[in-house]
Design a protein around this ligand. Sequence first.
Ligand code: ADP
Ligand code: MG
Length: 390
Amino acid sequence: MTIELVNVTKVFPGFTLGPINLNLPDDTILVLLGPNGSGKSTILNLIIGLIKPDTGSIYIDGADIAKIPVESRKIGYSFQNPTLFPHLSVYENIVFGLKKGDKKLKGLQIKNLCDSFGISHLLDRRKINGLSGGEMQKISLARMLVKEPKIMLMDEPLAHLDNLTKNKLRMDLRQILKEEKVLGIYVTHFEDDVYALADSVSIIQKGQIKRTDTLRTMLLSEGESATIGVRATSSPSYSHESPTSLSSSSIFEIFQGDYNYLEGHVTESKDGVTIFMHGAHKFEILGDYPTNSTVGVLIKPEDILLSPDLVKTSARNIIKVRVRSISNISYLRKGVLDIFLGIDDISLKSRITVESKNYLGIIEGKYIYAIFKATVPHVVRNSERENMIK
Ligand code: ADP
Ligand code: MG
């Protein structure tokens, strides 16, 4: 399934959305990221047909949705606050809306779906009273997926869950959407959702889409944009000017958090320690992940230590990298530098003080060791059956 929005606009008193142009290829997961009130829910409401655009057109698989009846659009819509039927059991809630024959036919599928979400043990619960927010969300998502939608529109479905539940659920959700070949649009104002779910990201502000790109392109261009900024200044080694090319459509700038993203192939996992390879480079992280699966991790720049020499240390990750550039970014405190490092197609950023940089003699072009402990990477993706970022 594909979705295309062409010059779509919608005007509310005091708010103008668009013109929005979006083109989602088959089975993509798009994360639509933006602050409250930026128009995210409105875009979903336009696609599902709850509201009509003032101008422009929306196409599903090339067909104008204005001509497709709402009920035959095969779109699942999950709202921020799930609404379950209080007088029905968990199972009845999940199969609600399915035809009688379908319930039987889909027995196995329902079981698998509930297993994936970890809610099989709840199926016999007579009432939904007393279920946790996370369980309700999972039931609500399962109810939608069992109808085999070709498109899932998800409006901050995990917003009210605790971080641990959220983390697990995001990975499950991505895996299920990929397995079922469902095109998904996932609306959020949380940065972590982006890393865990997105193939592509659209950044929306004040009714305008500022940028749409694949997650990979966005993550890679974070490093590049800062590098370009440094090169444009006169200082040969590092600059106290803030790079001018960091645009407001940078994920990291919007959230003021920033991370390194690394992805690789699990070669070994035992006793709570996992080894993954990225090209010829080996990394060690905590946790058990299936051999041959792919993991994606985030690493804070503050957690990457630098050393000019290969030192003996308890840290399990040591990688020889070249100093690509050194930069002082405006939102950092005075005296703190970002050191951009790279080897092959790996880009890393380390954050150190000016004093440390001088002490270690770090200059552009030099090879040094980047070091971090196995406890540092935060796993945001794990999948056995797919390449995670296209
Ligand atoms: P988001 O989901 O990004 O938080 P929304 O799409 O819900 O943002 O809303 C964007 C803006 O449009 C807000 O200012 C909101 O008040 C306004 N808005 C949304 N729906 C309506 C409506 N039906 N009538 C009038 N204004 C609306
Ligand atoms: Mg909203």
